[in-house]
Unconditional design. Structure first.
Length: 247
C-alpha cells in the first residue's frame, strides 16, 4: 500500500474497524479514526496506528446524521486536500424477530448501516473524482447474502450495502475510483461475543474452517482492495467467512 495516503475508517474504535485502521497504517499515511460514542477505545486505536508510523487523527461524527457527515468530510478535505481511501465499516445491530421488531429497531440499523455508507460515500465521491483516484471499501456481511433469523433489519441493510457497492462502482470507475465490499462471516468481535454460548457453538458447526474469523482476517481483505494491486477490481464482494458461504 502506498505511503502518504489519507485513509478514513468509520467505526474504528474497536473490532474490525480497529484492525482495518491499524492494518492500513504506514509511515507517512494519515489515518482518520472515526468514532461516535467511544472516545476511550478510539484513542487506543489511534495509539496503535501511531505505533505503525502513521499519523492518527481522531474524529467524532455520527455517520447516520447528514450534517455531521458533511461537516466531518469538509474538515478532512480542507485539512488534507484529498481523501484516498474510505472504509465504510461502522455498523450496529438491533436483533429481533420481525413479528415483534419495533420500527425504531429497523430504522436505527438502516440509518447507521446503510444510510451511513451512502452519506460517507457521497461525501468522498467529489474529492476522489477531482483527484481522479480513490478506493471505497464497504463492510457488509454474510447475512446480507444468506439471511439470518432474527436479523431482518441487519440482513436487509447489509444486502443494501452490496447493491450500493455494485451500482456506485459502475458510476465512478471511469474516474479511476474502485468500490468493493468485504463480507465477513462470524468474526470474534464484541458483537458476536455477546451471543449466547449455545448459539456460538451452533454457528461454529456451520463454518467449514472450524473456527471463527478474526478482525485481522477481514482487515487483510480490506487492505488488498484498497491497494494499488486491486486497481482492476471493482463492484465485487469478497467473502471472508471460512467457507460457510461460497456463492
Amino acid at each position: 500500500m502506498a505511503a502518504g495516503r489519507v485513509i478514513v475508517v468509520t467505526g474504528a474504535s474497536r473490532g474490525i474497524g480497529r484492525a482495518v485502521a491499524v492494518g492500513m497504517a504506514q509511515p507517512g499515511s494519515q489515518v482518520i479514526v472515526n468514532y461516535n460514542a467511544s472516545p476511550g477505545p478510539a484513542q487506543e486505536t489511534a495509539e496503535l496506528v501511531g505505533q505503525k508510523g502513521a499519523t492518527p487523527h481522531l474524529l467524532q461524527f455520527d455517520i447516520a446524521d447528514p450534517e455531521s457527515v458533511k461537516n466531518a468530510f469538509k474538515h478532512i478535505v480542507d485539512k488534507f486536500e484529498r481523501v484516498d481511501v474510505l472504509v465504510n465499516n461502522a455498523g450496529i445491530s438491533r436483533d429481533n424477530l420481525l413479528a415483534i421488531m419495533k420500527s425504531s429497531e429497523w430504522d436505527e440499523v438502516m440509518n447507521t448501516n446503510l444510510k451511513g455508507a451512502f452519506l460517507c460515500s457521497q461525501a468522498v465521491v467529489k474529492p476522489m473524482m477531482r483527484q481522479r483516484h480513490g478506493r471505497i471499501v464497504n463492510v457488509t456481511s454474510v447475512v446480507g447474502v444468506i439471511g439470518n433469523a432474527g436479523q431482518c433489519n441487519y440482513s436487509a441493510a447489509k444486502a443494501g450495502v452490496i447493491g450500493l457497492t455494485r451500482s456506485l462502482a459502475r458510476e465512478i470507475v471511469s474516474r479511476n475510483i474502485t468500490v468493493n465490499a468485504v463480507a465477513p462471516g462470524f468474526i470474534e468481535t464484541d458483537m458476536t461475543r455477546a451471543l449466547p454460548q449455545k448459539a456460538r457453538e451452533m454457528l461454529l458447526t456451520q463454518i467449514p474452517a472450524g473456527r471463527y474469523g478474526t478482525p485481522e482476517d477481514v482487515a487483510a481483505a480490506v487492505a488488498f482492495l484498497a491497494s494499488e494491486s486491486a486497481g482492476y477490481i471493482t463492484g465485487q464482494v469478497i467473502h471472508v467467512n471460512g467457507g460457510m458461504y461460497m456463492g
